[in-house]
Design a protein around this ligand. Sequence first.
Ligand code: UDX
Length: 436
Amino acid sequence: MALKLSVIGCGYLGATHAAAMSSLGFEVVGIDTDPHKVELLNKGELPFYEPGLDTLLTQEMKTGRLKFTTDYSSVSDVDVHFICVGTPQSVDGLAADLTYVYASVEAIAPHLKEGSLVVGKSTVPVGTAQALKDKLAITAPQSDLAWNPEFLREGFAVEDTLKPNRLVVGVTSNSAEKILQEVYQSLIDAGTPWVRADLPTAELVKVAANSFLATKISFINAMAEVCEAAGADVTVLAKAIGYDPRIGSRFLQAGIGFGGGCLPKDIRAFMARAQELGAEQALEFLREIDAINLRSRQRVIDVVRADLSEDLTQYKLAILGATFKPDSDDVRDSPALDIAAQLQAAGAHVVVHDPKGIEPARKRFPNLDYAEKITDCVKGADAILHLTEWKEYRDLDPAVIGQLVKSKFIIDGRNALDRDRWRSAGWRFHALGRTD
Ligand code: UDX
């Protein structure tokens, strides 16, 4: 008999995991406490934008293998439960808020059948899995617990779930590993590396990976600052060091830095946890990584002020991009929106455009002005700030845009536009980390 699966928490991670597991042939029930989300998903509609997931969801709903509910008791015949709830930064500090993780495990505990496996996928501070296992040993001793961190990138969620570059499983028994091997058999057959670990190592793999990625980005942004001071070009520098396979060229795109629901809060939660463990010195560097990242946002604001005026009240600024990265509608800790809000607070008239993120952005920053069309956004602008590298923006014709603005001045906060093209159309072009 094929295993039955449940996925608790149906955000970017959970909804993708549920649809992906269904596409592998399993019967899957997705549980979320938000009835509106559940209703949409059951209709085959996504409550957020994620390329390719809409098609996969529609396809899987038709099979009858996949359903969504708010009712925890519907998991009573399930063999493997994936915990995919969020672990946001706490409101009062750097640590992760584990409310949803504990609440979801508590909620399924009374419904766990003999031999079932609870599998954490959420990003948690090291030690959480063992604490949950200890709790389950009392409330549901017939079950076991494993940790299977998720590395999916928004914008590539489906691909990263069905073709991951590794599968990491933290287990305390061979039987738990065997169950997870059964779940992922087709991925293993396709050659995905399988890493068995203990619980704390599995938890740490995720935060270590994200810390490394954040470090790479802040490293190149620190180099961008030095390049600006020295009259050098960070894009050429990144290309040159990236040819060294020990360094690699990915995640060396200098600009306004990282945002989103993972990297910023993960490095902060990691520091907070290290402090609790008495290992804070080991992660002291992450404080600098965070500081460089936030400084990258400030540097754009400094460029605007230096070029236009300290007093921005007379200026219209067109912001291209609201999401934390392209191909997503996620605006959590978005550098672009942070910069937009700061410029508005400084008195500028700020108008924001984004191909997918306007509605989520409006919810977070209702006082910003938004434009549905790029042309309305840039009309009469004293400067354009390119802050999220959507393809739409790379495809813009500088000559056409030049006829709409008040002043042909553009700041490329992502080093993604074709500088020569804009300059030859008569634009003043400023990019972070490039001096000429
Ligand atoms: C990240 C990890 O990549 C993923 O493995 C993990 O599971 C969740 O966190 P995600 O948050 O989707 O994924 O975004 P990612 O693609 O890593 O980008 C994070 C941020 O870094 C974005 O704001 C992006 O614009 C920025 N970034 C990325 C750079 O500024 N420069 C780069 O070179 C790469």
